[in-house]
Write a protein that binds this ligand. Structure first.
Ligand code: FAD
Ligand code: SIN
Length: 504
């Protein structure tokens, strides 16, 4: 019996596992794919923290609240921002190398991103997530006694006994059977849900499994209507996977243009191309509709080729693969589903509303993002709140009083899961996308319900999470942050609250 079962090995799960093991607890870490999987590995822009003398916590707090459009939980935002320097220190202790200023190894090279009043984004070139995963996985090897790590293990359900979460049901890849795993404490760190939409920056394992599993055991979920669409994914139909063009490219001077070269963001927001993401994504979509084009452009050609290659080696190389030299050519871009601001409701120590169950990282709803996340606050949230979860678990890790029972259930597979997932993704893109309508949402939900019949384990969590998002979107009859409704185009103070979804 391990002290902690951690489900998911991105930045949130690895932070919990490493800190808990350092403090002498035993950990079982499970992940759906093979390491490194999850969104963390793809993070480009970086991690926000006040580290420069001219920047202040007050400013980071104000920018986060402004982006969140009235719905951030202020106390949680204060915890996030004020603990950011410690979180960075912890990552560095674990071996993460952030890019420093040329000729000054003691100063971070800070990037600027949309909605931030100061340069405060620490990064490792444009491969920040890869560097974080490299360092944390290397550190994990040093704890081979304290942490058992099993890859290719998909958790299908959480186990409850006497109103406490006591473990999970797990299917190992290619196994036709599922087994029960028990632990004193369970931490959900299953990441986001971008894969529920047809076009997404997220990797294949970001299917929202954590939302539906937590929902089924009675946990409260919050703010699921706020899916953030990143304004600039590369428009390259020849690529099998969507590729992100980091917001840091706009922070570096990149300008959004239409096909005639018009800088259309000038008429939309005082921050122009660096306006908050929700505003930029909608403006791009509108310009695409007005001009009848499938994409818009991001132009960074006015910057020196040498600087572009130094700051964005990964983006430069990927675009070149697609025959776009970003030092000379405008980059074709289009919005894509990127980040789930809501999730499983947690308090300031990452405790869910279910005893024994914690949630950290993108799967959780800490309330720091409100109706729209400020860029680069997500990696930060994952570390800050995972460290806080560890503190609490240490104090409250009970010797359980429950029956262990073995489970050896035979798994039946749904027919053609890939095809069914594509149906869900298309419904979500059409009916629960960047701009929504109440009728569209209702039709979408009905279409999802029709897919329920015969859904077995592989598909059930996917479909259920999509339905939870759609149901959440139907509750908010106003346009705020990432929820943009044609029938309710204005903010309505009546709806200045969080909507919670809980199984009846
Ligand atoms: P993840 O890193 O997604 O890890 C989830 C883990 O859970 C994976 O190991 C997965 O296999 C596992 N899992 C899922 N379901 C199951 C299951 N049923 N059973 C077992 N295991 C399961 N944020 C920033 O702050 N800055 C950035 O620069 C930035 N850039 C981004 C770029 C891209 C392309 C993307 C997609 C996201 C970016 N984000 C960024 C968002 C950020 O990367 C994520 O929010 C963050 O990494 C989430 O970390 P996590 O640990 O919660 O989840
Ligand atoms: C990006 O690099 O644009 C992604 C940053 C984020 O999602 O916070």
């Amino acid at each position: 019996m391990h002290d902690i079962l951690v489900i998911g090995a991105g930045i949130a799960g690895l932070t919990v596992a490493l800190k808990a093991a350092e403090n002498g607890m035993s950990v079982l870490l499970l992940t759906k794919g093979a390491k490194p999987d999850g969104s963390t590995n793809y993070a480009q822009g970086g991690i926000a923290a006040v580290t420069s003398p001219e920047d202040t916590f007050e400013s980071h707090i104000a920018d986060t609240l402004e982006a969140g459009d009235g719905l951030c939980k202020k106390k949680q935002v204060e915890i996030l921002t004020k603990n950011a320097p410690n979180a960075i220190e912890q990552l560095i202790k674990w071996g993460v190398n952030f890019t420093t200023v040329k000729d000054d190894a003691n100063s971070f090279d800070l990037h600027l991103e949309g909605g931030h009043s100061f340069r405060r984004i620490l990064h490792t070139a444009d491969l920040t997530g890869k560097e974080i995963m490299r360092a944390l996985l290397a550190k994990l090897k040093q704890h081979s006694k304290g942490i058992d790590f099993i890859e290719r293990s998909t958790v299908l359900d959480l186990l409850m006994q006497k109103s406490r979460c006591v473990g999970a049901i797990v299917a190992e890849q290619n196994a036709k059977k599922a087994r029960a795993i028990y632990a004193k404490t369970v931490v959900l760190a299953t990441g986001g849900a971008g894969q529920l939409w047809l076009h997404s920056t997220n990797p294949p394992d970001a299917c929202g499994d954590g939302f539906s599993m937590a929902y089924r055991i009675g946990a409260e979920l919050q703010d699921l209507e706020f899916m953030q669409f990143h304004p600039t994914s590369l428009y390259a139909p020849q690529l099998r996977k969507t590729f992100l063009i980091s917001e840091a490219v706009r922070g570096f001077g990149g300008i959004l243009k239409n096909h005639k070269g018009k800088e259309f963001m000038n008429d939309v927001h005082p921050l122009r191309s660096l306006a908050p993401r929700d505003i930029v994504a909608r403006a791009i979509l509108r310009e695409m509709q007005l001009t009848g084009k499938d994409y818009m452009y991001l132009d960074v050609t006015h910057r020196k080729a040498k600087d572009i290659k130094t700051h964005f080696p990964n983006i430069y190389a990927k675009c070149l693969e697609c025959k776009i030299d970003i030092a000379k050519d405008w980059i074709p871009v289009v919005p894509a589903a990127h980040y789930m601001c809501g999730g499983v409701l947690v308090d300031s120590f990452s405790r869910t509303t279910i005893n024994g169950l914690y949630a950290c990282g993108e799967v959780s709803a800490t309330g720091v993002h409100g109706a729209n996340r400020l860029a680069s606050n997500s990696l930060l949230e994952s570390v800050v709140f995972a460290l806080r979860a560890c503190k609490d678990i240490e104090k409250n890790c009970l010797n359980p009083d429950f029956k262990l029972s073995t489970l050896n259930s035979q798994l039946s597979t749904t027919r053609d899961v890939r095809k069914l997932k594509k149906e869900v993704q298309t419904i979500m893109w059409e009916h629960c996308g960047i701009v929504r309508s109440m009728d569209g949402l209702k039709i979408g939900l009905e279409k999802l319900k029709k897919l329920e019949k015969g859904a077995t384990f592989e598909f059930r969590n996917f479909l259920e999470s999509a339905k939870l998002v759609m149901e959440s979107a139907l509750k908010r009859k106003e346009s705020r942050g990432l929820q943009c409704l044609t029938d309710y185009p204005e903010k309505n103070p009546k709806y200045l609250k969080h909507y919670t979804i809980k199984r009846k």
